[in-house]
Structure formats: structure tokens, C-alpha cells
Design a protein around this ligand. Structure first.
Ligand code: NI
Length: 264
């Protein structure tokens, strides 16, 4: 079989759960055909460690940003630190940013403010954004629509809407990130989204250590398992795994192209 060329576009290898065996995790990813991994920041500390990992491993890239959970920590000072972080050549995007009305760890007004400010920051830097939205899809899309001219590129990471919502996201020119839940029996809605989504707008992700796909569900997730996500999408689309891998890799390169060719 020819070698796959996958990109896991959303990982948290900066999570403490990878502290003890990261070399092995990255080796297993490489053995499985995952050539690149993007480590996403969710606060200042995790953004900094994402950059450190990206500068340690050639196959690792980073995003920097403040997650809606931590929106209350978004200050002018935090913003200028993010700006400094983003100067690193391996930082490909601002994220993950957005809204989360499931947990509401930060008050909603703070979430809105941090989201809008980071969209602006991404615009200034000429970088795409990685959006997290949980139980807040209409509100997140409304903000993105009102700022559409400011957005270089955008992925709805770990997409959780239905096909109608996906249509609206696609109309904006955004990408849809698909994770391990595509392999779960209960996820018919997500499979319907994949079925209707044009091939050139799909990205694959693990969001590891979370959302472990079948057959490893219940264990820690890791980038090597993005293959199971890719296989499921290939089956839905009636494509070979090789074609699906190449297509989603091309998509990732296009979205995160602000720093190509040196970076990606
Ligand atoms: Ni994430």
C-alpha cells in the first residue's frame, strides 16, 4: 500500500496526558501515515507549549489562542502575548477560539468579547481561525457573518451541527472539521453532514486526547487514530483511503496556507 499522507489538523499534544510518552505517540503517528499534526492552544500556557512542541518536532505545527472556557482571562496584555507567539513561523492560525454555552466556564459577554477580539487579531496577522462552538452554533455563525470581511480562512473544528447548519457554514467559505464521533453508532447526523459536504471543504482531526474513535473508544486518543476518521469518511464518500487522505491534506494546506511554503 502506498504511504498515506494525513494531517491531523487538531490535536492537544500539549495536554498533560501526553507528557510521559510524546516521542512514542509521534512515532506511532508517523508509522500510521500521519505526516503532520497541528497542536492547538487554548490559553496562554498551552499556546506557548504548542509552539515549543512545534519547534521540537518537525512534523508538528501550532495554533495560538484563548478558548471560550478561558475567555475571562482575555486582556490587552494577553492579546499582546498572543501576538508575539504568532510571530513564530510554525504558528499557522489563531485558535481555538469561539463560544461554549454547554459549560459557560466564562460568562457569555466575555466569550463574545474574546471571540471578536481574536477574529480581529487573526485579521491583523493575516492568519486563519480555528473555531470551537458548542451549543452556540447560531451565535457563533452570527459573529462570523458580521466579521466575514475580516476572516482569512476558518474551520468549524469538531463540527457538531446538522446538514442545514453545515450548508450555512459552507456558504461562508469555511471548512468543516470531523473527529472521532463520526465512528460512533449514534452519530448519523454527522455522517449526513459528511455526505453532503463537498470534498474540498472537509478536514480530519482527532482533538486528542479527547473523542477517541472506535475501535479505541474509551482509551486516550492520539494522532495515529485520525486514520479511523479518514476511513469512515472515505466509506461515506465512496473513495479509497488514499484519495481521501490526499484530498483532506490538500484542504488543510490550503486553509493553513498563510505561511506556506516554508511552514506547512
Ligand atoms: Ni480542541
Amino acid at each position: 500500500m502506498s504511504r498515506l499522507n494525513l494531517i491531523d489538523t487538531h490535536t492537544h499534544l500539549n495536554d498533560v496526558k501526553f507528557a510521559d510518552d510524546l516521542d512514542e505517540v509521534i512515532q506511532r503517528a508517523s508509522d500510521a501515515g500521519v505526516e503532520r499534526m497541528i497542536v492547538c492552544g487554548y490559553d496562554l500556557q498551552s499556546s506557548e507549549s504548542a509552539i515549543q512542541l512545534a519547534n521540537t518536532y518537525e512534523s508538528v505545527f501550532a495554533t495560538v489562542g484563548i478558548h471560550p472556557h478561558d475567555a475571562k482571562s482575555y486582556t490587552k496584555e494577553a492579546e499582546s502575548i498572543l501576538k508575539e507567539f504568532a510571530a513564530d513561523r510554525k504558528v499557522l492560525a489563531i485558535g481555538e477560539i469561539g463560544l461554549d454555552f454547554h459549560y459557560n466556564f466564562s460568562p457569555r459577554e466575555k466569550q463574545f468579547a474574546a471571540f471578536e477580539a481574536q477574529i480581529q487579531l487573526a485579521k491583523k496577522l493575516g492568519l486563519p481561525i480555528v473555531v470551537h462552538s458548542r451549543e452556540s452554533n447560531p451565535e457563533a455563525l452570527e459573529i462570523l457573518k458580521s466579521r466575514s470581511r475580516d476572516i482569512v480562512g476558518c474551520v468549524f473544528h469538531c463540527f457538531s451541527g446538522d446538514a442545514d447548519f453545515a450548508r450555512e457554514v459552507l456558504e461562508m467559505g469555511f471548512y468543516i472539521g470531523i473527529d472521532g464521533p463520526i465512528t460512533y453508532k449514534a452519530s448519523q447526523k454527522l455522517r449526513d453532514v459528511v455526505a453532503m459536504c463537498p470534498l474540498d471543504r472537509l478536514l480530519i482531526e482527532t482533538d486528542c486526547p479527547y473523542l477517541t474513535p472506535v475501535p479505541h473508544r474509551g482509551k486516550r486518543n492520539e494522532p495515529a487514530y485520525v486514520v479511523y476518521v479518514a476511513e469512515q469518511i472515505a466509506a461515506i464518500k465512496g473513495l479509497t483511503l488514499e484519495v481521501l487522505a490526499q484530498t483532506t491534506t490538500d484542504n488543510a494546506k490550503k486553509l493553513f496556507a498563510a505561511r506556506e511554503p516554508e511552514a506547512v
